[in-house]
Design a protein around this ligand. Structure first.
Ligand code: PLP
Length: 385
């Protein structure tokens, strides 16, 4: 069974609590917190306004949050220019991905998804009885939309498009998504996961929200975990036609809490905070890719708050070397077994990571034959894939 993010979080929490279980010495002896660059979180969050509202809500947390749920729904509907019946809230967008998975599994449907991509929908749906069809990303590590279209069958109920994609970070232009959705048969719902859309700076890449308003069978998923920096607070939402929203609302299992509802509203009303996060994270992203290019390392064109790059050595060796320096990096995403996903932390964290990267690459542990071949093509390797 493949581990998901929550399993790993639990496991790492246990490991941190028990230093004798093989954690890096820095954590063992000094109890220093590791640098967490593995979960694609935004370390600048939450917004000061969201923090203040959370503190101020403590005394009201004996109350049910029904009114707050209505208020957040109304605000999100207004911000997105859609009626409130086009919206469903979730305890993170992960809950809504699972809900889509459960709907798909109910009639033993099939899901078509890229390989590699974010696996919360596919893993959950598979456990619930859905079948999965994975389509490898193309040479630029983007969704191969032609191949995905060809993979759709009579049994397909859901196609999952993660835009930008986790873990590759690559993004699809709106035109390509529009054409893809238009070519889908009636029995297919396209789930478009826009968890990282707020970090995009490529022209032509935009939200697929207009497809919902045009009446296409599409669900657009968003989260407060990334640009809003509220991953621990757990709020996400889905936008779709009212029929699909009714189905999703009927199947979600949790109801949002009062802190999350109020913090999300406060954060939505703080666009300056998001603009600052975007500016800092984009600058760090460029800093990382510039350094990767200087080091001759290939990387996928990053459009999220993380960078996926070829370390040139087995990922396990690279992660272990980073761990020895108290830095936690992303897990293995087969078949990219020499590639690493690194989350963009604060500026000092990025500096620490880049220094460690230089040290680890210089130490030259177990270069792969692919890397040796790559050295002969150094000019090509310095180019993003
Ligand atoms: N979608 C993608 C692509 C993600 O990478 C993540 C989390 O990392 C999620 C959804 C889930 O986000 P959350 O459940 O925190 O809203």
């Amino acid at each position: 069974m493949e581990l998901n993010r929550r399993h790993l979080l639990t496991a790492s929490a246990l490991l941190l609590a028990r230093p004798s279980m093989g954690l890096p010495r820095e954590v063992d002896s000094a109890g220093a917190k590791p640098l967490i660059l593995c979960w694609n979180e935004n370390p600048y969050g939450p917004s000061p306004k969201a923090r203040a509202v959370i503190a101020a809500t403590i005394s009201e947390s004996c109350r049910y949050p029904d009114e707050d749920i209505r208020e957040l729904t109304t605000l999100l509907a207004r911000e997105n220019g859609i009626p409130a019946d086009h919206l469903v809230l979730g305890t993170g967008s992960g809950e809504l991905l699972r809900a889509m998975g459960a709907l798909c599994a109910r009639d033993r449907g099939e899901i078509v998804a890229a390989q590699p991509t974010y696996t919360e929908l596919t893993e959950y749906a598979h456990r619930a009885g859905a079948t999965l069809k994975f389509v490898p990303v193309d040479k630029d590590l983007r969704h191969d939309l032609d191949a995905m279209r060809a993979a759709v069958s009579e049994r397909t109920r859901v196609v999952y498009l993660c835009n930008p994609n986790n873990p590759t970070g690559t993004a699809l232009p709106s035109e390509a998504i529009d054409a893809f959705v238009a070519a889908m048969p009636q029995h297919v719902t396209v789930v478009i996961d826009e968890a990282y859309m707020d970090f995009v700076d490529l022209p032509g890449v935009r939200s697929a929200l207009p497809l919902v308003t045009q009446g296409r069978r599409v669900v657009v998923l968003r989260t407060f975990s990334k640009i809003h920096g509220m991953a621990g607070i757990r709020v996400g939402y889905g936008i779709a036609g009212p029929d699909l929203i009714t189905e999703l609302t009927g199947i979600v299992m949790t109801s949002p809490n009062i802190f999350a509802m109020r913090a999300a509203r406060a954060s939505l009303l703080d666009p300056d905070f998001r603009a600052q996060c975007f500016k800092k994270i984009r600058a760090s992203r460029t800093r990382i890719t510039t350094e990767l290019a200087r080091l001759g390392r290939r990387y996928a064109v990053p459009q999220g708050n993380f960078v996926f790059f070829d370390t040139g050595m087995p990922l396990e060796a690279f992660s272990d070397s980073m761990k020895a320096r108290n830095i936690l990096v992303g897990r293995l995403f087969p078949p990219y077994d020499t590639w690493c996903r690194i989350t963009i932390g604060t500026e000092p964290e990025v500096a620490t990571f880049l220094q460690a990267l230089n040290e680890v690459l210089k130490s030259g542990i177990t270069r792969t034959s692919a890397d040796r071949a790559g050295n002969r093509n150094a000019a090509r390797d310095r180019y993003p894939v």
